[in-house]
Design a binder for this molecule. Structure first.
Ligand SMILES: Nc1ncnc2c1ncn2[C@@H]1O[C@H](COP(=O)(O)OP(=O)(O)OP(=O)(O)O)[C@@H](O)[C@H]1O
Length: 347
């Protein structure tokens, strides 16, 4: 394995009953990076995260490979997962309340987590717990509180402190700020990325928040219906998306000023002020496919302005990698210079 790669995912499949939610996903997580995983609801992001952590839902069937040298996490025995948990792999969940016990003081919970990995004295564990909480901005005089006495943002800070307690190699943050107001979200993401950098931890960030991805991630993996649509450095993907799905996702997100779009040629009369024609905000038509009834070819074809009735309707596009970018689309070379235009609709 390339020494820069921390985690290597190959041909990952996750099925639950009749739902094949992740369908042959391959990608690498590089040491020290922030990799964002984005895509509409139901794309398979959370199940991918759980497979990476070696914690799929009980009823799930996982095949393929998730390697973190020297371990294979798919099908790893409980002893291997227990050895990695906290030390090498940790999770920042969406809901801090589910991660914290309501009946124990926050500092005691962190101290117990310290002692579960390092057999230090109670006093030493308490001191380390206090330091970890202070590092995420929880004042010393609040660390003995119970979770319900914290605001949502403080609870999420405590969960971030818990995940980073042992400076794990990899933290997966699954929509870690969703329940917070925008300002708290921004602060928590700043905190998570800065603390991860300080502890040398690699971060996989699962989110719907594209502006946040642009601000905090190095690379982005775009998922659609359980597969990779596109992957690459954030700035490149955001400025020059290659998959029509990525273009639609970006066009419909509030990344830049939107609104009335100048009509081509509308300022033909030199002395007239430029006229604008009102258009709907760009959006991807239709809805994500039902995972139990996926179309036979490209799953995005029914919503894609570039889809044809032959290849796209019958054959799934295999991911192609060129110069640090990967895309799975039969027509990626035909995307217009401003692909957002594909998703604009006049009214
Ligand atoms: N425990 C489960 N039992 C049955 N189906 C599940 C389970 N978890 C997820 N699924 C199904 O698998 C598919 C992928 O779900 P997943 O939660 O990974 O999507 P997601 O991209 O994380 O969505 P969201 O952004 O809404 O969290 C969905 O169709 C979902 O209904």
């Amino acid at each position: 394995m390339n020494p820069e790669v921390l985690l290597s995912v190959r041909d990952l499949h996750v099925s639950i009953g009749a739902v094949e939610a992740v369908r042959g996903l391959s990608f690498d997580v590089r040491k020290g990076e922030v990799l964002a995983v984005v895509g509409e609801s139901g794309a398979g992001k959370s199940l991918t995260a759980r497979a990476l952590l070696g914690m799929p839902p009980q009823r799930a069937t996982v095949t393929g490979s998730v390697r973190m040298e020297p371990y294979e996490l798919v099908g790893a025995p409980r002893s291997v997962r227990a050895a990695l948990w906290g030390r090498q792999l940790a999770l920042v969940p969406q809901d801090a309340l589910s991660a914290l016990s309501p009946v124990h003081r926050v500092s005691d919970q962190l101290a117990a987590a310290v002692r579960s990995v390092d057999g230090v004295s109670r006093n030493e564990a308490q001191a380390r717990a206090m330091t970890a909480l202070e590092e995420v901005g929880i004042p010393a005089d609040r660390t003995r509180a119970y979770p319900h006495e914290f605001s949502g943002g403080m609870r999420q800070r405590a969960v971030i402190a818990m995940a980073l307690l042992h400076s794990p190699a990899l933290v997966i943050a699954d929509e870690p700020t969703t329940a917070q107001d925008p300002e708290t979200q921004r602060r928590l993401l700043d905190l998570l990325t800065h603390r991860s950098e300080a502890t040398g931890t690699t971060l996989v960030l699962i989110t719907h928040d594209l502006p946040m991805v642009r601000e905090h991630a190095d690379r982005v993996l775009v998922m659609y219906a359980g597969r990779l649509a596109e992957e690459g450095p954030v700035e490149e993907v955001f400025t020059h998306p290659r998959a029509p799905y990525t273009a639609g996702l970006l066009a419909s997100a509030p990344l830049q000023g939107r609104g009335a779009v100048p009509t081509c040629g509308s300022a033909a009369g030199r002395d007239r002020p430029q006229r604008t024609r009102r258009r709907r905000l760009p959006s991807i038509p239709g809805t994500p496919p039902n995972p139990t009834a996926l179309p036979p070819g490209c799953a995005f074809a029914p919503r894609c302005p570039l889809a044809d009735a032959t290849r796209c309707a019958t054959a799934h596009p295999e991911p192609e990698t060129h110069n640090n970018r990967t895309v799975a689309c039969h027509h990626w070379r035909e995307l217009p210079a401003n692909p957002a235009e594909l998703f604009l609709e006049s009214v």
